[in-house]
Design a protein around this ligand. Structure first.
Ligand SMILES: CC(C)(COP(=O)(O)OP(=O)(O)OC[C@H]1O[C@@H](n2cnc3c(N)ncnc32)[C@H](O)[C@@H]1OP(=O)(O)O)[C@@H](O)C(=O)NCCC(=O)NCCS
Length: 288
């Protein structure tokens, strides 16, 4: 009986969420890292949240009525980048090409949506996923670490960092993001603003960095490491288990270690299609 790839219905949330939890538990327990999906409830809630997002699309793989895995593709208009994740396959179904079939379906959907740039954050300790993505054309661009620690504010207080409270900062943030990455991430910035976690840093009266929250789903772009440090230091909360830092940014990592942060787990930013190498410091989100 062959593998069927079909859209995910709300009634599939439990089986897909459970597989997500099981798949991540299997890989993280081998390497002694905390799991990206800490409980079955987390996995199921994550799938339910994604199914309720009009900018997300997902399919599952099943054989003889048994769900074996699922994949999701997200868009963040007007950003041209499509993002894959989570992709999870039940550990008992490895070596059956399930991951490859799901990935092909998601890349087909991205092409259908005319999204030439596709990105994801990979777990580097997992050789299977690295091979799968590399064979599908993805390139490893940036090794990352998820940094875990306590928010540094209010011990730090910088007069040149402030919250984004209205739309007036958005054009300058978009311009900065475009100059660094080649596109803006306006939708995520607006969402962070609405949640009260978006901030900007200014130098000599000019915007020199912004953060769409400091946390798992936040990203940040800055002109210098000092600007990025100011954004991190003034964040009143770190949303979720931590935030991703490019492992090549030695200066920022050392500053975080000095301030009590610890590495929670490693990750890799992988991309398909055009990639503009950022020339100034940035923090990626769990998405890209
Ligand atoms: C990652 C995951 C989705 C892959 O699913 P899968 O069904 O096992 O993937 P596939 O079998 O289709 O592809 C894996 C490929 O790696 C190859 N492979 C595995 N180990 C390898 C190794 N050591 N060296 C080279 N190739 C290797 C397999 O042969 C296969 O390639 P092929 O299809 O050309 O033969 C699944 O293992 C999973 O859910 N893992 C836990 C969660 C996770 O890490 N998700 C991804 C987050 S980034």
């Amino acid at each position: 009986m062959s593998l069927t790839i079909r859209p995910i219905e709300s009634s599939d949330a439990e089986s897909c969420g459970r597989i997500g939890y099981e798949a991540h538990k299997a890989i993280s327990s081998i390497h002694g890292y905390p799991s990206e999906q800490p409980s079955e409830e987390y996995g199921i809630a994550l799938v339910r949240t994604i199914l309720g997002n009009p900018n997300s699309w997902g399919v599952l793989a099943e054989k003889q009525g048994r769900v074996l895995g699922s994949i999701f593709l997200h868009k963040f208009p007007p950003s041209p980048v499509a993002v894959i994740g989570p992709l999870t396959v039940h550990p008992s179904a490895e070596d059956a090409g399930v991951g490859r079939a799901l990935m092909s379906a998601a890349l087909g959907k991205a092409r259908e949506q005319k999204q030439e740039q596709v990105r994801l954050v990979q777990s580097p300790s997992h050789i299977r996923s690295f091979v799968l993505y590399t064979k599908q054309g993805f390139t490893l661009r940036e090794p990352l670490f998820l940094m875990h620690g306590q928010a540094l504010a209010p011990n730090y207080k910088s007069d040149n960092v402030r919250l984004v409270l209205d739309d007036s900062d958005i054009p300058a943030c978009n311009e900065l993001c475009k100059s660094v990455h080649g596109f803006s991430r306006e939708m995520e910035l607006r969402q962070a603003k609405d949640q009260g976690v978006a901030s900007v840093v200014e130098r000599n009266g000019d915007l020199s960095g912004y953060a769409a929250g400091i946390g798992l789903f936040g990203h940040a772009v800055a002109k210098s490491n000092d600007d990025l440090k100011a954004l991190i230091a003034n964040a009143h909360a770190i949303v979720g288990p931590g935030f991703f830092v490019p492992a090549r940014n030695r200066e920022l990592l050392n500053w975080l270690f000095e301030n009590g942060f610890r590495i929670a787990w490693p990750a890799n930013l992988m991309t398909l299609g055009v990639y503009q190498e950022p020339l100034t410091p940035f923090l990626p989100s769990l998405a890209y």
